[in-house]
Design a protein around this ligand. Structure first.
Ligand SMILES: Cc1cc2nc3c(=O)[nH]c(=O)nc-3n(C[C@H](O)[C@H](O)[C@H](O)COP(=O)(O)O)c2cc1C
Length: 475
């Protein structure tokens, strides 16, 4: 099959825009010999504060902190992650400060809102524009962030939040935290290691990775990289049913548990950053590894993609772009996927209800990071309306969220508005650009640590305690 092209720049750690050369021995921290990181409640005091033991957990918070909008536990498929004990993600903060005693600083910034700027130095203009770019004027991309900024957390005090448990049930599995990696295609344009590096980083933390149909590596390669790590598969719905069924069967065989069907990108939006550079990875044969390695797709070609890339690309374009679907086609997917199905790209409460009526297990409230409909509603503004509609209908369809998530506070805000978990997008792609697998791990550990700390500092011990009363909205 056609090998993805190498990006013209590599993540070599060049100093620019505040980015720094990773420590020579490794691109991320390894545990220092001395002093050791505080291990738990009885460990020595670390930067997070005194580590004295506390009594047994008791219910916290006032009644208004309950979150009735989170639907009850689903009766779903069997446990997939085997997550048995809570992880103290906040320890990464201690680790960073303790490394500081040895003169080490993090490989690149811990501020997720600054990652785009620092990743720029590692990417060529085409790749950077593809990742950072948005549809049209970028109004929805900006609105996604503004919607987070408009809402502020209201911390509660004296809630005994020293010890926290971020584990979250999502579609029948226990995740270590309410976080998944959003599907991001063509990752080899930001780092040659691409999707397998991302999958390894996610698996090392037990965070599910959602592999895009537009992957630059085959789904089998990524499954191998993920090992025992939880993995979901995202479908760009091809208009050839045999190709679709074949890809889905491969994904199931390779251990992808959950199908995410992206509905908002049946054709590409007007994206000036890409258009101005006439840059589209797919027509260069990047991000086509899954169909190009698919027997049903290859059967439709006179010559293989290795022999005739142009013909294969043309068939790819005809198969994967330009065909919208209708609700009555969903049973086809059900017939070809025996695990949970999640529809991604829902913004309107009416569409959420239709998804629920169609028996979908979940939805992702998403506007594709502002990359599709310029001027569309901010995803966070859509979220409470969607949740309210599903609640009123008594639906058990689970609500996931993405578009604009950058910080731990952002995650908390989306959870407070009724999302069960969130998908992280661009930040991890920027981490990949900085330092491959280690870069994704640094971004993930930073976000999880910030989430853990902020959960506690707002007075909560678990994500399930969050509710709308934890947020105030400012005009
Ligand atoms: C470079 C890039 C590629 C993406 N590729 C896909 C994809 O292949 N499939 C998909 O469903 N969503 C894709 N998305 C959308 C993400 O899954 C997610 O919805 C979006 O990144 C959320 O916005 P945020 O990154 O601003 O938080 C892509 C996003 C970016 C930035």
């Amino acid at each position: 099959m056609n090998e993805p092209q190498q990006p013209s720049t590599t993540a070599d750690g060049t100093t620019a825009d505040g980015t720094r050369q990773p420590p020579p021995a490794a691109a991320e921290f390894t545990a220092p010999a001395e002093p050791t990181v505080p291990a738990g409640p009885a460990g020595p005091a670390g930067p997070a504060g005194p580590g004295e033991p506390h009594g047994p957990a008791e219910p916290t918070g006032s009644p208004e902190q309950s979150a009735p909008h989170n639907p009850p536990e689903p009766t779903g498929p069997t446990e997939q992650t085997g997550q048995t004990a809570p992880v103290e993600f906040a320890d990464y903060q201690n680790e960073i400060y303790l490394h500081g005693l040895q003169g080490q600083i993090p490989p690149f910034t811990t501020d997720a809102t600054a990652l785009g700027a620092s990743a720029r130095a590692h990417l060529d203009a085409g790749a950077f524009g593809y990742v950072a770019g948005a549809a049209g004027s970028g109004a929805t991309h900006r609105a996604n962030r503004e919607a987070f900024d408009r809402r502020r957390l209201v911390p509660r005090m004296l809630t005994d939040a020293t010890h926290r448990d971020l584990r979250t049930r999502v579609l029948g599995s226990t995740l270590p935290a309410p976080l998944l990696l959003a599907p991001i295609g063509v990752q080899s344009i930001v780092h040659p290691d691409g999707e397998p590096a991302t999958a390894r980083a996610a698996a090392s933390l037990g965070v599910p990775t959602i592999l895009s149909t537009a992957s630059s590596h085959t789904l089998e390669q990524v499954a191998e990289a993920a090992g025992d790590g939880p993995r979901w598969f995202q479908l760009y719905w091809p208009n050839d049913d045999e190709v679709c069924a074949s890809i889905l069967a491969r994904a199931r065989r390779a251990g992808y548990s959950t199908l995410v069907v992206t509905l908002d990108t049946w054709t590409l939006a007007w994206r000036p950053q890409d258009l101005d550079q006439a840059y589209l990875p797919f027509i260069r044969g990047i991000g086509t590894a899954i169909p190009f390695s698919d027997p049903a797709f290859r059967a439709g070609l006179a010559r293989s993609p290795e022999e005739d890339l142009r013909a294969a690309v043309l068939r790819w374009v005809a198969t994967f772009t330009g065909t919208d679907r209708s609700w009555d086609r969903l049973p086809f997917l059900r017939r070809h996927w025996d695990g949970p199905i999640v529809l991604k790209g829902i913004q309107h409460p009416g569409d959420a209800l239709r998804a629920a009526e169609a028996g979908m297990d979940g939805i992702v409230v998403s506007n594709h990071g502002g990359r599709q409909v310029d001027g569309a509603v901010a995803s966070l503004d859509a979220l409470p309306r969607v949740v309210e509609a599903l609640d009123r209908a008594g639906s058990r369809t689970e609500v996931l969220f993405d578009s604009g998530v950058r910080t731990g506070s952002d995650v908390l805000k989306a959870l407070a508005l009724g999302a069960r978990a969130v998908l992280l997008g661009r930040p991890y792609a920027y981490g990949l650009a900085h330092a491959g697998e280690a870069g994704v791990r640094h971004v993930l550990r930073s976000l999880l640590a910030e989430l853990d700390l902020t959960l506690g500092l707002t007075g909560h011990r678990s994500p399930a305690e969050l509710g709308p009363d934890d947020l105030w909205e400012h005009p």
